[in-house]
Design a binder for this molecule. Structure first.
Ligand SMILES: [Fe+2]
Ligand SMILES: [Fe+2]
Length: 135
């Protein structure tokens, strides 16, 4: 069964952002499946991939702030920094091999942070971008 199911609630209406969010959800699901199977090396590798894609995605959104003078840019950027710090902390937990904590607490917490960010900050940003003609 798919851990995080993509749905309309996760769609913001800016294609490049939505595509990257789908990739992040796919990667989160891959990390979760690998952790459930107890595969240490592939879990850490997938988590590193998730981190890399997450950071690249945040830079992409932030490049749109700069180009559009988005008024909430500073707050949004701060939330990206917090999420990145959390993801790095959780990646180290995966590397430590505590898969019980990883599947029961750590990954669900990361999922909640990510989903909340997509549904709140990113949706607000997408609405702003839509309003100035970016979709
Ligand atoms: Fe995002
Ligand atoms: Fe964001």
């Amino acid at each position: 069964m798919t851990w995080i199911v993509w749905n309309e609630d996760l769609t913001g209406g800016v294609d490049s952002i939505d595509t990257q969010h789908r990739e992040l959800v796919d990667l989160m699901n891959a990390v979760y499946d690998s952790a459930c199977a107890g595969e240490v090396a592939s879990t850490v590798r997938l988590f590193d991939d998730l981190l890399k894609h997450t950071v690249a995605h945040f830079r992409h959104e932030e490049s749109l702030f700069i180009g559009t003078a988005y008024p909430e840019a500073e707050k949004h950027r701060r939330h990206h920094d917090l999420l990145t710090a959390k993801a790095i902390e959780y990646r180290d937990c995966a590397a430590a091999g505590d898969f019980t904590a990883l599947t029961a607490e750590v990954l669900p917490r990361l999922r909640d942070f990510l989903v909340f960010h997509i549904q709140k900050d990113d949706k607000e940003t997408c609405a702003f971008l839509n309003a100035i003609g970016i979709a």
